[in-house]
Design a protein around this ligand. Structure first.
Ligand code: SAM
Ligand code: SF4
Length: 394
């Protein structure tokens, strides 16, 4: 028996990454900061805090409520984007540790029906690598007829599956596309598949999987000259363009703060060709700051652009996200150093309320920002989480 399935009696557990810890005696300090099992205050290595609500939704110590659920369905991918994965050598989860379609369905049902999740994003790795993706979505849809379900995908292979995914109950997609040049695409993703992505996008639009958003990560010296062409192409095609600041979650561990193209520079680049006006609908808890885009001299709206400035203008105070990895671990923050094993509890027979309480406890301990109670990805003591973006589920 492996460590994942070693105990029939344990309760919820915060698992330091790649550790085999199965119990925790964490308590809360008067300040509300979590203590570790050894009694030391705070992070790194803070473990499950008690003091979480015993009913209701996913509240944390800072008053945030998580209603935006992101579920990774697989850690594998058919591309190797340099900002996300190493060229090779990525360790994959064994098949037995991946959540099955039924397990994903159950976890989403608990999140929605017991914990008040209001929207679901399917992610990965690359969700389309899962052959049973349509089955997964159809099951979730059957349980939750009104749940908005979106998917973040690189769209490779979407041309053959867009209609079936729509029929299964998927509402919309975000497609990752960092460049419109085949050579740059091949360099950046280490695969020559730009044509497949574009075919997937077309099929998604034809199937009605919109509004479609395009996600791009800008890399200095690689695709940072494509800001205006990408916005132009996106608004011309009815897509919302979104730029994401490069975050320290890459497989090569070569991220550097000085290489990040800051949101203010992205805005300035767009404004050389378009007029930007703050979206009057505001931002709410959304990660992207949204702007209306107009062509020079025109009053008609050309489209929208969003900028996700996790590094230079963090939005953690308004974060409403809760994540589940493909092996069924709750991550309260992208940058967390702890995870809580929900899947083992499910496999050990926990009922819905038991699973919901594990989740409440995990989210109660959500760090203030960037995996820590201190803010900032460029700060000297920032420690990159062990799991990289594709293994977490972006
Ligand atoms: N494979 C799918 C895709 O690429 O859309 C879904 C998973 S991917 C991890 C989700 C999103 O994370 C993508 O939009 C990708 O661009 C983004 N991403 C990956 N690594 C990143 C990093 N280091 N910094 C910022 N965004 C990143
Ligand atoms: Fe794959 Fe998406 Fe990561 Fe690119 S960003 S390597 S497509 S998981």
């Amino acid at each position: 028996m492996d460590a994942e399935h070693a105990s029939a009696t344990r309760g919820p557990v915060a698992v330091p990454l790649s550790a085999t810890v199965t119990t925790s005696s964490a308590t809360m300090t008067a300040s509300g900061a979590p203590t570790t099992a050894s009694g030391a205050t705070g992070e790194p290595g803070a473990v499950r805090a008690t003091g979480a609500p015993r009913d209701g939704g996913l509240l944390d110590r800072f008053g945030r409520v998580a209603t935006d659920l992101r579920v990774s369905v697989i850690d594998k991918c058919n591309l190797r984007c340099t900002y996300c994965m190493p060229a090779d050598g990525m360790p994959w989860l064994p098949q037995t540790q991946l959540m099955s379609a039924d397990e994903i369905r159950r976890i989403v049902r608990v999140a929605v029906q017991s914990l008040g999740a209001e929207e679901l994003r399917i992610t990965g790795g690359e969700p389309l690598v899962r052959k049973d993706l349509e089955v997964i979505i159809a099951g979730i849809r059957e349980d939750n007829p009104d749940l908005p379900i979106s998917m973040t995908t690189n769209a490779v292979g979407l041309d053959r599956r867009a209609q079936a995914l729509k029929d299964a109950g998927l509402n919309r997609v975000n497609v990752s596309l960092d460049t419109l040049h085949p050579e740059t695409f091949a360099e950046l993703t280490r695969r020559p598949h730009l044509d497949k992505v574009l075919a997937g996008l077309q099929a998604a639009r034809a199937a009605g999987l919109g509004p479609i958003k395009i996600n791009a990560v800008l890399l200095r010296g690689i695709n940072d000259t494509e800001v205006v062409p990408l916005v132009d192409w996106a608004v011309s095609n009815g897509f919302e363009m979104r730029f994401i600041e490069d975050m320290p979650l890459d497989g090569d561990r070569s991220w550097s703060a000085t290489n990040v193209i800051p949101a203010r520079d992205i805005r300035a680049a767009i404004e050389e060709a378009f007029t930007l006006t703050a979206d009057p609908r505001g931002r709410g808890a959304a990660p992207a700051e949204r702007w209306e885009v107009r062509r020079p001299g025109e009053t008609a709206l050309a489209g929208h652009v969003g900028i996700i400035s996790s590094v230079t203008e963090p939005f953690c105070a308004a974060c409403s996200r809760t994540r589940v990895t493909a092996d069924g671990r709750i991550r309260s923050c992208l940058f967390s150093h702890e995870e809580t094993d929900l899947l083992t509890a499910l496999r050990d027979g926990a009922d819905d309320e038991g699973l919901a309480q594990i989740w409440r406890d995990a989210m109660w301990a959500k760090p203030r920002a960037h995996g820590s109670d201190r803010v900032g990805l460029a700060r000297a003591d920032f420690v990159q989480p062990e799991r990289t973006m594709s293994a977490i589920g972006g």
